[in-house]
Design a protein around this ligand. Structure first.
Ligand code: NPG
Length: 366
């Protein structure tokens, strides 16, 4: 596949409401989009890097820099997703930037051959149950109101963001209010230390599906130690940046569940490897989210339709985050989202909306 050039486009997407996690409060999403242009098709992707290096060391300006300075120049003459993956491998880190480039190449490749991403990945479902991530709120009544509304919309599982000072009481309040059948989990985004183990063990009687990333983003050993001290299953997010990390975590016993975010692990090929590895070892996986627009969400839905994704993901509807999405909006039907069936990621940005929110564009000819 010959690539004529690649467009880097920045868009500013206001969130419907502030989204507070243990590491920041976001009110807007600064998104880097890639458009790979070939004579046959255009491929789109969304880089999941945030404005600041608070979730991981990556951030959006750095992603744009490494793309234009190193990754795009390293593309083979006639790339496909696999040769792109190999060409980017020598560069250390920068998984979010690599994922964006590989995914845009893959989308162009699949649109050229007419194959949907879900079929390429080996998906077996045509719709996936939707979970929703609920930020830290000013008070428990605010939280109860938000969760009530999400359940009313049809969400099948609730994930509460927690941090020291906002953990046991809000989680207990939700469990008590909505009863034992609610699928409920918590996400700490690395806000605790191993010394908090006795405190985290107090979540054990709340029958949670999992606790996500309680300890440091780069620590597998202490997660393995924590797993021996608490009954709630540990799920890793930030700590798993590759299939090799997943293999190490499985060997050490650091987690029994993995949140797979294709952006965090360097793309959909690596994401599928982690899925296959986890499945072979009997670990459940689910598909995380990074406040993606419809472009990133479409591709995540294809991945979430693989058979090992046995837990609902953070694959929520467009309106959870955006009043106006860049694409036709993803909507809940009976608590599920439909996996796109068109070639590639199966969806296109709407040009007028895209232009309205674009803050800069850069064309890199090849
Ligand atoms: O549904 O897209 C979504 C967001 C889900 O909570 C969510 N994401 O830690 O998993 C996370 C969190 C996050 C959001 C992390 C933005 C980093 C940036």
């Amino acid at each position: 596949m010959k690539i004529t050039g690649i467009e880097l486009r920045r868009v500013a997407m206001p969130l419907v409401a502030p989204f507070q996690t243990s590491f920041t409060t976001q009110t807007e999403r600064d998104v880097l989009l890639l458009r790979v242009v070939t004579p046959e098709a255009e491929g789109w992707s969304e880089c999941v890097a945030m404005s600041d290096p608070l979730y991981s060391p990556e951030y959006v300006d750095a992603a744009a820099d490494v793309l234009r300075r190193f990754l795009i120049p390293a593309l083979p003459a006639r790339p496909d997703a696999h040769t792109t993956h190999h060409a980017l491998h020598p560069f250390k880190g920068h998984h979010m930037a690599k994922a964006a480039l590989e995914t845009a190449v893959l989308d162009a490749q699949l649109r050229t051959s007419g194959q949907p991403l879900a079929a390429f990945l080996g998906a077996t479902a045509d719709r996936v149950p939707a979970g929703v991530s609920v930020g830290i709120m000013p008070s428990i009544p605010h939280l109860l109101e938000a969760v009530t509304e999400y359940l009313h919309e049809g969400y099948r599982r609730i994930k509460l963001k927690i941090q020291p000072g906002w953990d046991l009481a809000p989680t207990r309040a939700i469990r008590e209010h909505f009863g034992p059948d609610l699928l409920l989990q918590v996400d700490a985004n690395a806000a605790y230390t191993l010394a908090d183990a006795p405190h985290l063990a107090k979540l054990d009687d709340l029958d949670l599906l999992l606790i996500e990333q309680p300890l440091a983003h780069d620590d597998l050993v202490q997660h393995a130690q924590l797993a021996k001290k608490i009954a709630t299953p540990i799920c890793l997010d930030e700590s798993i940046e590759s299939a090799a990390h997943a293999a190490a975590a499985i060997t050490l016993g650091s987690c029994s569940i993995i949140n797979i975010k294709p952006g965090r692990v360097g793309g959909y090929l690596e994401a599928r490897r982690i899925h296959d590895l986890a499945r072979a070892h009997g670990l459940a996986v689910w598909c995380g989210g990074m406040l993606e627009t419809g472009i990133g969400r479409a591709a995540n839905l294809a991945l979430a339709a693989l058979p090992g994704f046995t837990l609902p993901g953070d694959t929520s509807a467009s309106r959870r985050y955006y009043t106006t999405d860049l694409t036709p909006p993803f909507e809940l039907h009976d608590g599920h989202l439909t996996v796109p069936t068109g070639p590639g990621i199966g969806i296109d940005p709407i040009p007028a909306i895209l232009d309205e929110v674009t803050t800069s564009t850069e064309w890199i000819p090849l």
